[in-house]
Each structure stands twice: as C-alpha cells, then as structure tokens.
Write a protein that binds this ligand. Structure first.
Ligand code: SAH
Length: 294
C-alpha cells in the first residue's frame, strides 16, 4: 500500500531543522571529514590529467561545509590549480548558507562558484538545452541520490559529463546500516517513492554490478544518538523521528501501529546498540567511486 503520509521534503524549513539536529546527534560529518582527509587525496590524485584548471560539480551540496573540505584536499593534491565549482542545490536556504560560507572563509580565491538553484534533473535539462560541452574532472553527490526519481539515470547522466580520468563520487547510507533495516521493513509505509527513494550503497552496487560497471567502494562507520526518540512528546525526538522516517510530523500523523513498529525496530539490535542508557543507531555510510566511461 502506498503511503498517505506527507514527505518531510515537502517542508523545507522543517527538513532543515531536522537535518541540523541530525548533524548534532550523529557523527555524520565527522566520519565524512575523516574519509575526506584520509582517503580522498589518493582518489583525487589521478584526476585532471595535469591540467591547471579543474571543473568540479557538487550535486545536493547543502550548506557546502563538506564540499569546501573536499576542495581544499583537491587543491593540496594539485597545488596551484584553479577550480570552477558548479553547485547544484534546490534549497535557496542552503544555497545561501553555502554562499555565506564561501564569502567568509579566507583563501578560496582559487575557486569560482556557479550557483545553480535547481534539482539534479533540472540541471540535466538545463545542461542539455544549453548544449553545454564542458567536461568535469570531479563530480560528487553526497547524501542526495534519495531525492531523484531514477538514481541510475542520474548517475549515468553525470558520469557522461566526466573528462578523461574524471571521477564520480557518491555517498549514501550503507547497505549495512540501520537505515537499510528500517527501509527494508517499512519502505512501503513510509517512503513517498515519487520524491524520495530508500536507496543505499548496497542498491547502487547491485545496479552497477548488473550493468558490469566497475567501481571502488568504502564503508565509513558512523553513529546517531536516537535516545530522545523514545521519550513521548519530546520535541527533539520528534524531529529526529521525522528525519529517520522522512515523514513530516511522523509522531502526529502515523497510525499508532506504525509508530510502535518503527520505534521497536529502531532500538532492535539490527538497527542500534544500547549502552549507558543511550540508543545508538547504526548510521554507517558507503562511498562509491566510478571512473569516466571509457
Ligand atoms: N551534501 C550535503 C547535504 C546533504 S542533504 C551534506 O552531506 O551535508 C541533501 C541535500 O540534497 C539537501 O541540501 C537538499 O536540498 C538537496 N536536494 C534535495 N533534492 C534534490 C534534488 N532533486 N537534486 C539535487 N539536490 C537535492
């Protein structure tokens, strides 16, 4: 049965609130930073073919904190390069946060940003209508493929924009995470498949395997403290539950059976560990890196 619940992504202001709290309660960005500092430099070493100017596209960049960390590793690996940074982000709030961050952070003169306030699909259309021939050296999609209708098609389009030695990097929750268990059990009751897909790197790997596309993959351990979800009426717990289920006002709009089932699964050992009175959800992330189609 398709869900009649309203998707959280319909309400940008609540989505942003939930997302901020999720960042505070999880090691999401820290685990991305560890990956960016420890693994990304080697991944980026071969891009660009010796060029002094690199084209980067960030899709679903949010407020840009993670993007700027990647760009700074890129610059360390390729000293002296200038970077053309296309940012694709539909949320005007987030795009504005990103602009502010760029304007306040010193030492970014080597980056020229182009701000595209649009979805990945709109960007694809815009690119085709304008008959753009520019190629990209590095394209990343961090935690965004949930929001496109056909993740495989979006990946193929962006991969087609890669220049020689270019790389496409995507990050999603891992197929081994609590998210996967939650979605496997409740996807039909929770997800609005029109605008949000319950997709993990496990699904993407199966898709790529079936097409014979080779890739590198990495698992990043991450945790999320969901203890507040279990205190009835707790405002923060409700925001976290909205974020976990992707349902707007989940606690107020879901049936009591669904609520009870979700809460039980969330603290089940398949999803979480309990220690010192805290419920710690498995928020492991996966990274997939695909080369240019040759
Ligand atoms: N990459 C950032 C933000 C992840 S949240 C980070 O990891 O911190 C997901 C982001 O994708 C949000 O900023 C949201 O506005 C954006 N988004 C939602 N739908 C999108 C779409 N169809 N195309 C591109 N970006 C989208």
């Amino acid at each position: 049965m398709a869900s009649s619940l309203m998707s959280l992504v319909n309400d940008d202001s609540r989505y942003q609130k939930c997302f901020q709290l999720f960042l505070e309660r999880s090691s999401e960005h820290q685990c991305m930073r560890d990956f960016i500092h420890n693994m990304l430099p080697d991944i980026l070493a071969s891009i660009g073919n010796g060029k002094s100017h690199l084209n980067v596209i960030g899709v679903g960049s949010g407020a840009g904190e993670i993007d700027l960390e990647m760009l700074s590793e890129l610059r360390l690996k390729h000293p002296g390069v200038t970077v053309d940074n296309e940012v694709v982000e539909p949320s005007s709030t987030q795009l504005n946060n990103y602009r502010v961050l760029v304007s306040q952070k010193p030492g970014l003169d080597y980056i020229k940003c182009t701000w595209n306030q649009m979805t990945a699909i709109e960007f694809e259309e815009h690119w085709k209508v304008k008959k753009m021939t520019k190629k990209a050296d590095f394209i990343h999609m961090i935690q965004m493929l949930y929001y496109v209708k056909d993740p495989g098609a979006t990946m193929s389009f962006f991969r087609s924009l890669l220049d020689k030695n270019g790389k496409l990097l995507l990050m999603l929750v891992s197929g081994e995470s609590g998210w996967e268990k939650l979605w496997r059990t409740y996807r039909n009751q929770l997800c609005n498949t029109e605008i949000s897909q319950c997709v993990t790197t496990g699904d993407i790997k199966s898709l790529l395997d079936s097409k014979g596309v080779s890739y590198q993959s990495y698992e990043l351990p991450s945790q999320m403290d969901i203890t507040e979800c279990f205190t009835e009426g707790d405002e923060k717990g409700e925001l976290l539950l909205d974020f976990l289920t992707e349902v707007l006002d989940f606690s107020k709009t879901a049936s009591s059976e669904l609520k009870a089932g979700v809460l039980e699964l969330l603290r089940h050992p398949d999803c979480s560990v309990e220690s010192n009175g805290k419920v710690i959800f498995n928020n492991n992330l996966g990274v997939i890196v695909i080369d240019q189609l040759t």
